[in-house]
Structures are given as C-alpha cells and as structure tokens.
Design a protein. Structure first.
Length: 302
C-alpha cells in the first residue's frame, strides 16, 4: 500500500479468491479503480441451492443493488464461530480482510450487486485519520443503511453508467462512503498543535526528495517521532495541506522540470515520475495545474 493515492506504482489490486456453484454471470464485469478503492458491479443468475465461498486480502463492502426472486443467506467463520444471517432487501455486508464468507441461495433469483474493495492505508492517509481497529475487524452482515446505499448506488452508476464523471467525483464518493462506514468523525476536544519548524522542514525535505516514488505515511511520520494520525494533522496545521497532497504537488513540480528541460516523450516522463502510464499522468497533471502536460510544455517553450 503506498502513501501516495492513485494507481501509482505499485497499483492497488484487490486479491480475492472464490469458489462458486450454481451461479452464472449474466453480463461482463463493470469496474472502476480509484485511489483507495476498486469497485465491481456484477449481474448474476443463481439456481436454487447455489452457493459460494469468498475471501479477500482487503476489507470490502458487498451491496445488493437489485434482486429478483429468492433470497440468499450469509454466514462467516470468525475466530472459530459461525453466525447465520437472514436475507434482506438492499442489504449490505462489511467483510474484514482475510475473513472467509459463505453464501447460499434458497430459491432461484437474479441479483445485481456492488463490491467495493478498500485500500485502507491510502484512504486513511487522505482522510488524515485511521479507522478504529475494532470497526475495521468486525464483520457486519445483512444490515441496511439509507445513506450508505445512496452512495453505493452512485458508485455503481460510475462503474456501469454511460456518462461517467471526473475521477475526483468517484474518489469523493468512495471517501465519503468509507467515512460513514467506519463512523469516522473529527475530535474537537483533541487540539493537535502544528509541527515544529524543525519537524516541518525535515518532513517537507523528505517528501520533496522522494516525490517520484510511493511513500508510506508511517515512513514520513517516523521522521518526527509522531503517530501517523497525529503527524497527518500536525503537518496540515503547519503547511496548510495534507502530506499526500504536498507529495503529489512536489511530484508534479518535478514533472514540470522534466517537461521544460528535456525532450523526453510523455510516456517516458510518466514512467520516470512514478505514474502508471501517460493517461494517469495527464489526469493528475490536469487536476493539479489546470492543463495537460503537452499543452503546458508547448506554452513553456513559447
């Protein structure tokens, strides 16, 4: 997991294994990848008695978008105990990382559902607050939540709709859903001071020096002797921006230097700057600067 959000090398790729029987996929998988999450939309037909077993290396949220016919029951094994769960309309289930879950269909049905796999490190860095370990490790099966479902439906539309919006829109939806799911909230009673000038300068120098590679938040926080959460708040208080944003701005400034001082093609600059490809560089550059790398290089030379 990298500190810098976005599909920077190495990209966040959820790893989930499954074994299914009696379940047929009706449409091609629709998915979107955003910094901190990957969302999949599935449409499947299930026979009576169909069942499946799933386990993911990352926490995920399973949301029933539409269902026709019979329901499905879920159960999981956590810490050696099994717990059944009744079916529910528009139900959702949060499954922690590494926890296996089983599904069983009692009557034929068709189901359209959304899976969101979370990169907790990237989301925590963006929010500036790590989720409570209990909330992150506690399964929640077949619950309903109107606000979470509204966000999940919008995310599903971004995965499969014909008119997708800017990446920032999807990132914001995923972040909002994760905050609600983990019940993250500011702590007004805990006033955290800004970094000292020495801590700030050391952290900034490290971010600048390592702007072309992915960083872990804990790696930078260790330079100041602070926890990741405290460091993230204190850095923003001292500089006005979160550490991941400073890191990305430094990366874009380095890209601008390469654009103005070299004749390297954009594909090579993207690779040298740690972006997944030229398209990823263009998206981030436009978001930060307001124009494309090619247009910026042309204007700089003029």
């Amino acid at each position: 997991m990298t500190f810098t959000p976005g599909p920077t090398v190495p990209a966040f790729t959820p790893n989930m294994t499954s074994r299914i029987e009696g379940i047929a996929v009706l449409e091609d998988l629709r998915f979107r990848r955003w910094p901190g999450a990957v969302a999949d939309v599935w449409h499947a037909a299930c026979a009576a008695g169909a069942h499946g077993e799933y386990v993911s290396e990352h926490p995920r949220l399973f949301v029933v978008l539409e269902r026709e016919g019979g329901g499905a029951a879920l159960r999981l094994t956590a810490r050696g105990g099994e717990r059944p769960a009744p079916p529910a309309v528009h139900a959702m289930s949060f499954v922690p990382a590494g926890v296996p879950i089983w599904s069983r269909v009692d009557a034929p049905m068709r189901i359209r559902h959304l899976d969101i796999h979370f990169d907790v490190a990237t989301l925590s860095a963006r929010i500036g607050e790590a989720p409570d370990r209990t909330a992150l490790s506690t399964p929640r099966l077949q619950f309903t939540d109107a606000r979470l479902f509204s966000l999940a439906r919008l995310i599903a539309e971004e995965c499969s709709g014909p008119d997708t919006r800017h990446d920032v829109y999807g990132e914001s939806l995923v972040t909002a859903l994760f905050i609600d799911l983990m019940r993250l909230a500011p702590e007004p009673s805990r006033r955290r001071s800004a970094l000292s000038p020495r801590q700030r300068d050391r952290a900034v120098a490290y971010l600048e020096e390592n702007c072309l590679r992915g960083l872990r938040l804990e790696e930078v926080a260790a330079l100041t002797g602070l926890s990741q959460s405290y460091f993230s708040h204190a850095f923003k208080a001292a500089t006005g921006v979160p550490p991941y944003q400073w890191h990305m701005q430094a990366r874009i400034r380095r890209v601008q230097e390469m654009l103005s001082r070299s004749t390297l093609p954009l594909t090579e600059i993207a690779q040298a700057a740690g972006f997944a490809d030229q398209a990823h560089l263009t998206r981030v550059f436009r978001r930060q600067v307001g124009t494309t790398p090619a247009a910026w290089r042309r204007d700089a030379r003029l």
